[in-house]
Write a protein that binds this ligand. Structure first.
Ligand code: ADP
Ligand code: ZN
Length: 617
């Protein structure tokens, strides 16, 4: 649309946009992509915006909703998220309300009244209500200027979350020709985007904004799994008092790990699908409100976790595939502050995942697809290059090296391991593909174990072929050979090794293979002090600031309990950090804190300023 409208915006509203951002939200800058979308909506354009989770989608339509005359409808699929958004907006001094099945008649009457009086700026609605004629008739009389569809990929049958209720939305653009329609989502590939455009916008032209999948504040690390529980404690030592999720594959494992964490003095709970519904809801509530609770969970802990200040996601077991991995780590760092995703994985993880695929109920064709997806994940875990490049490459992007992942910080030293691979394959063949990794490595290193003696394997040509090599280096090599298809594992039986699809070429000397044969680092991730974003942020606060920060967090929790909302609804971690550093002594200083707008200043300024004064004495 209208270049004219856009030009007009450039000239007149640029300054007022920034000041509205500051006044209402207390933010000093837009995040990447936000400004263009806000401007397009102010100009009345239809649009589809694909932005990564945590990219700041809500602000893109909330700011225009505040600045424009009339009412903005927001369709959103999850009631809890709607309610939290409304609570956040009210604390910003913006009149907002939600209508869904959980809202009683009295409350509805009050909402309609405030719409009539022209006070309400945003009305959140569940998609199923939109299908009712009664509600539509009521909406027809309203001065609707924007219709926002959140999680718009639910419209598409191609998306993974198709919701039949979202089909009700297709009628909206026709019914409200004067309102602009905008869809927002974090996940929509090209096919889904086309489908959304056809379903929702039909013959109206919608501008498409796609902002990358990169989450630059999340640092990626993959470590060899050695003693996972011990390694986890080392990792957590870098996140004192901070919150995170630890993913495990099995229900029992979540309970064991949570128990170990508790024993080591952390606050941790286990979460999985075997727990009953009310307990799960209670745990989720606790996770949202208790600032240092660690959840050790299976993938059952997922949908609906919208907490901005999760600082770490640790995978203690290999995730299912790269898309699942991306979604799971995507729960970290939604506030844009440094966060880390750390994965531990080893030989047995690969074997278990293959086993799960083979023993699942899927068709053979589907199993082949699952194996290929696992291969893609393994290519990521074993990559010698940048993790970000490997991950985003899978989603079709080609970013430059991130400079922050474990591979960028400490590139692996690859050396030719063709001879070693040939020796291992030789040992596998000479022992009739009947033995597992441990015994084969004993043979290669020339160890006189009882089993070696029993089978006379010390007489094999390959006996002692890798004498003197560190067993851990060898186990690592075996894992790398497994991940790259040089060997396979009999997953149904006792884990005997077999030649893989690439074995013949290696044995024939047609192909070479390079592996990382360096001794495993003791505590990877610690390698470079200060390299980790999260610990850097923590380090930049000195001890006094840290004490003040604790006091501010305690006050935030107190207020959150008073208004019965999650703590981040009051203030984000980023805002409290900034507050601890700026230490405002008066209202004007308080307003200068990032994330403090007019309304929150008047609501909470006094209490926080008093807390700072108490602390600084
Ligand atoms: P999304 O819906 O895209 O996952 P949100 O809208 O929930 O993301 O925003 C994520 C976090 O980023 C929130 O805490 C929000 O307050 C914060 N945020 C959004 N825009 C800005 C900005 N311009 N400056 C600072 N923080 C922002
Ligand atoms: Zn990198």
């Amino acid at each position: 649309m209208p270049a004219a409208a856009a030009t007009r915006l450039d000239e007149t509203t640029e300054g007022s946009l920034d000041s509205a951002l500051e006044r209402v939200f207390g933010f000093h800058d837009f995040r990447p992509g936000q400004r263009e979308i806000v401007e397009a909506l102010l100009a009345g354009e239809d649009l589809l915006a694909v932005m990564p989770t945590g990219g700041g989608k809500s602000l893109c339509y909330q700011l225009p909703a505040v600045m424009k005359p009339g009412l903005t409808l927001v369709v959103s699929p999850l009631i809890a998220l709607m309610d939290n958004q409304v609570a956040q907006l009210r604390l910003l001094g913006v009149e907002a309300a939600a209508v869904h099945s959980g809202v009683d008649r009295g409350e509805r009457a009050r909402i309609w009244q405030s719409i009539k009086e022209g006070r309400l700026k945003l009305l959140y609605l569940s998609p199923e209500l939109l299908g009712t004629e009664r509600l539509q008739a009521a909406l027809d009389r309203l001065p609707i200027t924007q219709i926002i569809v959140d999680e718009v990929h639910c419209v598409s049958q191609w998306g993974h979350d198709f919701r039949p209720d979202y089909r009700n939305l297709a009628a909206l653009p026709g019914r409200y020709p004067g309102a602009c329609v905008a869809g927002f989502t974090a996940t929509a590939d090209r096919v889904t985007r086309e489908d959304i455009t056809n379903e929702l916008f039909k013959d109206r032209h919608a501008r498409v904004f796609v902002h990358g999948f990169d989450r630059p504040n999340i640092k990626l690390t993959v470590m060899e799994k050695d003693r996972p529980e011990r390694q986890l404690l080392d990792i957590l030592a870098r996140f004192p008092g901070q919150q995170g999720i630890v993913y495990r594959l099995a229900r029992k494992a979540t309970e064991e790990t949570a128990g170990n964490l508790e024993a080591a003095g952390h606050r941790a709970v286990a979460y999985h699908a075997g727990l009953d519904g009310s307990l799960r809801k209670e745990l989720l509530d606790r996770f949202l409100t208790e600032p240092d609770l660690i959840v050790v969970a299976t993938i059952a802990f997922g949908m609906g976790i919208d907490k901005p200040d999760i600082r770490f996601v640790v995978h203690l077991d290999l995730p299912g595939n790269l898309e699942a991995y991306y979604q799971e780590i995507g729960r970290a760092g939604r506030d844009g502050n440094p966060a880390e995703a750390i994965m531990l994985y080893g030989f047995d993880d690969i074997r278990r995942r293959r086993w799960l695929i083979e023993n699942g109920t899927a068709s053979d064709a589907q199993k082949r697809v699952e194996h290929r997806r696992l291969d893609a994940l393994l290519a990521f875990t074993e990559t010698s290059g940048c993790r970000k490049q490997a991950l985003l490459g899978y989603f079709g992007e080609a970013p430059p090296p991130c400079g922050a992942c474990d591979r960028c910080l400490e590139p692996p030293e690859l050396s030719d391991a063709t001879g070693l691979a040939q020796a291992l394959l030789g040992a596998i063949r000479a022992t009739d593909t009947r033995f597992g990794q441990a015994h084969l490595l004993d043979v290669l290193t020339g160890e006189q174990t009882a089993k070696v003696a029993q089978f006379g394997h010390d007489r094999l040509e390959v006996f002692g072929a890798a004498r003197g090599m560190d067993k851990r280096v060898l186990r690592n090599a075996v894992r790398q050979l497994y991940a790259s298809g040089v060997i396979e594992v009999d997953i149904a039986g006792h884990g005997a090794l077999r030649p893989g699809r690439k074995a013949a070429a290696i044995v024939a000397g047609e192909e070479t293979i390079a592996l990382d044969l360096t001794a495993p680092r003791k505590k990877p991730g610690k390698a470079r002090k200060g390299a980790s974003g999260a610990s850097q942020a923590a380090a930049s606060l000195d001890a006094a600031d840290a004490g003040l920060l604790r006091a501010l967090k305690a006050l935030r929790l107190e207020i959150a309990r008073e208004i019965d909302k999650p703590a981040y609804v009051v203030f984000s971690d980023a805002t409290l950090n900034d507050m601890a550093q700026k230490r405002p002594a008066d209202q004007a200083g308080f307003l200068a804190v990032d994330g403090v707008g007019e309304t929150k200043r008047s609501l909470y300024g006094e209490r926080f300023i008093a807390a700072i004064r108490d602390f600084t004495g």
